[in-house]
Design a protein around this ligand. Sequence first.
Ligand code: ADP
Ligand code: ZN
Ligand code: ZN
Length: 740
Amino acid sequence: MSELPTILRIAIPRPLYSLFDYLYQGKQTPQIGCRVHVPFGNTQITGIIIAINSESEHASLRPIHKLLDEKPLFDQSTLHLLTWASQYYHHPLGNVLQNAIPVALRGTRQVPLNTHWFSNDKDTATAENNISTLLARSPKQQKIYRAIADTPSGLSENALKTRFGAGWRSVIKQLEKKKLIHQQEASIHFPTSDNAIQRDETITLTNEQRDCVESIIDIADDERPQPILLHGVTGSGKTEVYFRTIEPVLRQQKQVLILVPEIGLTPQLLTRFNKRFPHYQIGILHSGLTMIERMQAWLGAQRGHTHILIGTRSAIFTPMPLLGLLIIDEEHDSSLKQQEGFRYHARDLAVKRCYDLKIPMIMGTATPSIESLHNVDLERYHYLRLNKRPGTRLQPTLSLQDIRGLPLQAGVSQPLMEKVKAHLESGNQVMLFLNRRGFAPAIYCPQCGWHAQCPHCETNMTYHAKKQRLMCHHCDFNKPIDNHCPDCHFSHITTKGQGTERIENVLQGYFPDTTIIRIDRDTISHKGALLEKLAIINQGKPALIIGTQMLAKGHDFPNLTLVGILDVDQSLFSTDFRAQERLAQLVIQVAGRAGRADKKGHVILQSCQPEHPFFTILFTQGYLAIVEQSLRERKTWHFPPHAYQALIRATAEKQQHALTFLQTLKTSIEEHQSTDVTFLGPAPSVLEKRANRYRVQLLITAVKRGKLHQLAHLLVEQAGKTKKTGKVRWSIDIDPIDYG
Ligand code: ADP
Ligand code: ZN
Ligand code: ZN
């Protein structure tokens, strides 16, 4: 009897919805979740083993080129999550898997060992002795050596870097030379000593915090713990609640995963974690790391060496064999949704992951998303509240400035300007908030009406004064400014509207001696720049801070006493049904930056629509009342979360090609349409043209999720078969949050 062949079913990182069978003839045993290098067309490509069979429906199979891994990169449960995500989001599995692998491992690189630095002396007495003799004259070496000696599981290079900053490597070299430390492969090891967790003795939990912690620990014991929505006002001490619930999980030798918005992953946050859990391995994953650092952080968690992993959106895919708790900070934040390529929502995947693993999940925020609150109503999530800030800290007051008929200086009304002055003069910080960067969003000719438009997009160009350029915020195109109108040659073209750069200019004129700190995408080109600016703000000296949305998240500004929000009106009349929810979140979050110490904060919203019910409801009844109203409206109009949506986008160099493509798709599923499904489009997107491509879209809304998925499935199948005239590109977005 001849031996059965080994046939590997491989997911290939290509936009293809099928898997591919290959023949395996090697000696080493292949496992599901390992990478393989295979021939594909006339190239070689790295894919992942999804199944191992002994037969295939295809007659002639190509042999694989090489089995790249001895041990799987993905364990069964992570693979299950990724497969589920591929089906839910109708995105090819090969691409989903590739998205989940650190860039450094997407090719054929061998998986490296995960090494840590260990002390040569295990007991503390010898370590202390070394410090007082060998390291007597070098406090820096003492510090790092003590940290390593105190951590029985050793310290990874990433951990050393995040804890001790630049220069750690030369210290390590010296310690190695003195034969005090060595490097070896890490192992799974949880610290057990009493001092591995260092509580802040100055903090006594408030009653609310204690109740929350107890409830969470109770829920964690459930057979299948429901996700927990922790709705805590800004400054209510959510982090302390996270800490207390992390403690028992670590003691049970389980890993913890924490997802935060990109901008929330600050050195302050890491310092807090390192201080609290000094002997645990804390890994971080975010876009500011090098390819190798990301790989190491990923491998540390994947092998169970890292106890706490803090990361942004994509960290949700990191395999963690001992995962025992998942926390999402700022669950309402839109950065949790990936908006291109594989369009997934990290929160929703987290819910699925925790459900499968039967582990608790905490979603913390001061402004829960409407989707999550709806899930609370449906009793799918537990709901816990923190209504107060600890101690005597006050919540800021919200008020409205009616700007009808008032002259504005760079968008700032006279009454607000006077308040800015008063707050600065009494030594405080002031923040002005406008969601538009650049100097002016439009530039035009007052004589003939010409507007500067991007030649590649259907949009105005923004004037940037410092660079003296016109820039398109949708593509990379920019050009020097010319004062002459290209149409009528009039020599005084003018700007229209405000951006953060203009406010900075104008206000610097008003307050020549005040430090002005502008935070937007133009002044923050890299993560370090943001940290520098935050450090200046944190010195607490009087300053005027001007910024965009970037500023709304999670940062503590103790000396900030006045916040002005300049452009609320455009959200009140937006066609996006989520605009008011976002505005309410923004107001509450921005307000949360102010008055966190013992100084009371004031938030002023400028508006030409002061009688709009949004303000009355938000000011007198609060955030949840806005949510309730919005939920009622969405029920009437069949909008999410009372219905489910998929957005199909198509782009092409000619609008007609994209329209025809979507029309064909729509026709192909029209026979499946029923009264509980509506199609909107195909129609041009709000931004009709971007980077020389026309954009059109088709929105499907269904009352039942099952129906939506049935249609999405048919559409995707159809899209593969449909002829694409003129290089049409298309994508599908399940549960879209951006319709632009
Ligand atoms: P948020 O809920 O906005 O995440 P934080 O967790 O950042 O709030 O807490 C805000 C501040 O309150 C922090 O400086 C924290 O140390 C402090 N804090 C938290 N709990 C207590 C407490 N029970 N007593 C005193 N201070 C506390
Ligand atoms: Zn002109
Ligand atoms: Zn452009």
